[in-house]
Write a protein that binds this ligand. Structure first.
Ligand code: HEC
Length: 203
């Protein structure tokens, strides 16, 4: 938790252009040694994600603005579980399961069940290659990706608040946060997801 906050702060504080272009030794500020090492961890993750992308996606990513790249790094910094196998679809089903467990915890007045599930949801796995490969090439531009961080804040931010409310024994407040979380899920799907499970074999 502390580590994630620190990472997030680091991402928001430093100029990210250098980090995103992944230039070696891009960050020259040395005042906070730990922040530098967090930053280099993030750089490593991002570098390996970009290396996995096909050239057409790599060039779209290279063309994103510094602000968009900064928001992608901020999202990445909120998650410390990266998978080298899981697809976004698999991650989403795991997220749905945590969401359901979270509501089960609320309905059964179990602070532990609620808070654990909400924190797992907030720190869901990052799929192999990161989020971008699964969003569709047509969505990899500054306009579309501008909304990504706000969806992340609705889902992850409110899930953390919900966990804290549950831990304080305030299930009413926790219940009230299920709506804003769901709005974040649905909003992101409306922008980045096709209608699920359609068949080419239907007329
Ligand atoms: C960052 C944007 C984003 C957010 C936020 C998001 N999703 Fe998704 N979700 C997607 C995308 C993109 C897909 C399609 C993935 C694919 O099929 O490759 C998807 C697919 C799904 C699926 C369908 C999986 C399947 O097998 O077709 C479920 C279920 C799902 N999401 C649940 C959730 C829940 C629950 C939340 C909120 C707690 C959520 N999602 C938040 C982007 C998002």
């Amino acid at each position: 938790m502390l580590r994630k906050n620190k990472l997030l702060k680091t991402v928001k504080t430093y100029s990210l252009t250098a980090a995103i272009t992944l230039s070696v030794g891009g960050l020259t500020t040395t005042s906070v040694a730990n922040a530098d090492s967090s930053m280099s961890e993030l750089k490593k993750v991002l570098k390996s994600q970009i290396a996995m992308m096909k050239p057409e996606l790599q060039s779209k990513v290279a063309g994103l603005s510094a602000d968009t790249k900064k928001s992608i790094m901020a999202i990445l910094a909120m998650h410390n579980r990266t998978s080298d196998k899981a697809t976004l679809r698999q991650v989403m089903l795991e997220v749905l399961s945590d969401y359901q467990t979270m509501t089960m915890g609320i309905m059964t007045d179990s602070a532990e069940m609620t808070a654990d599930a909400a924190r797992r949801l907030a720190n869901h796995r990052i799929p192999v290659g990161g989020l971008l490969p699964y969003l569709g090439l047509e969505n990899i531009n500054d306009n579309k990706l501008a909304v990504l961080e706000s969806f992340n804040d609705s889902v992850e931010g409110n899930a953390i608040k919900l966990a804290e409310a549950a831990e304080k024994g305030n299930m009413g407040e926790a219940a009230g946060l299920v709506g804003p979380i769901s709005t974040g899920c649905v909003g992101c799907h409306a922008v980045f997801r096709e209608y699920p499970g359609t068949s080419d074999l239907m007329k």
